[in-house]
Design a protein around this ligand. Sequence first.
Ligand SMILES: Cc1cc2nc3c(=O)[nH]c(=O)nc-3n(C[C@H](O)[C@H](O)[C@H](O)COP(=O)(O)O)c2cc1C
Length: 388
Amino acid sequence: MKKRILLGITSGIAIYKILDLCSRLVKENYELEIIMTENATKMVSPLVFETIGRCKVHTDMFHKGHHGEVEHIELGKRADIFVIAPTTVNTLAKIANGIGDNLLTSTVLAYDKPIVLALSANTNMMENPATLSNIKVLEERGFQFIEPKTGLLACNTIGRGRLAEPFEIFERIEDYFETKDLKGKKILVTAGPTKEDIDPVRFITNRSSGKMGFAIAKNAYQRGAEVVLIYGNTSLEPPIGPEAIKISNNEQLKSEIEERFDSIDCLIMAAAPCDFRVENYSIDKIKTKDKLILNLIENEDILKYFGKRKTNQKIIGFAAETFDLLENAKKKLISKNCDYIVANDVSSEKSGFDVDDNKVSIICKDNIYDLPLLPKKEVAKKVLDLLL
Ligand SMILES: Cc1cc2nc3c(=O)[nH]c(=O)nc-3n(C[C@H](O)[C@H](O)[C@H](O)COP(=O)(O)O)c2cc1C
């Protein structure tokens, strides 16, 4: 069943970002209902939110056309989560003081589950002792906050008060709905390619984007696990939540895993370490010439190393293959002493490196589970289900 989100919108200048949030939520199949304060409707027409959010926008407590429904009570009852973004410091103050002078604040008063507030305001308004004390009061009452960021503000000053980005608010909503079935587990996820330097300006790497490992780290975090993400040479931003450590080459990847290996429950090696490195790194930039021959030597197999070294840890490895997928993956399962191998055929354009979908088979000692082509987010869930 679709999850229902009740979205309160007040008259902060960051209101424009909420259109992006609505669009993301609709794309991910959430059902929206929106309440705007009267002042918010002076900034952006409700029609725009109705169109992007594909929903009704409620603005007035006393509008004509009531059919026996008490709106500020019913809106809350229908909602699975109530988020107010942006929350002005004015609405924050009203909520802290139990004022219900419009549809939004009255709905807040009638709502009996946690409410999430994404604050944004000019730094002085945000740091005003009245605002700080209102935040404290509401934290104590169980309200959840999406912290404002520091940066360039609409009033052309730099300071604290910028609304969190739409993707961050979106992720908080997604976090809220995930069951916390991995709570208590310590999971180490590696993602993306490593790179091996040739000279100070050149390196060798591979086509891994990090998307698969990022999706796993994010889902594990959303499901309550303690997650460390070690990631390599990718232009993507790591997901919000897990502790993220950026590494460059295989040696660093191994040493970051080594440091944590004894205290984790599971290692998920979605990273694509370079199989080779150049034998002789050149301290100076190699001059252009007609022909350059590089000697490559094999890197240590990190997955195999930890497979041998494991005690109680579960190890999930990945096998990217272009032919004999299952056969090669089975060999890898045994030779690297993994509990599971997630095998993906990277010869197809629709799945594998640098795309959003993946078609994988999960292999363990006695079984093979073939999954259909799925978004990496869904593959991540299936992989993590193996730990339950
Ligand atoms: C252009 C403009 C931008 C504003 N931006 C913010 C803001 O980012 N945060 C805030 O707390 N108030 C902001 N305000 C002030 C609120 O709009 C004002 O306090 C208003 O009374 C809040 O009403 P509401 O909470 O019912 O929406 C802004 C006002 C204007 C005119």
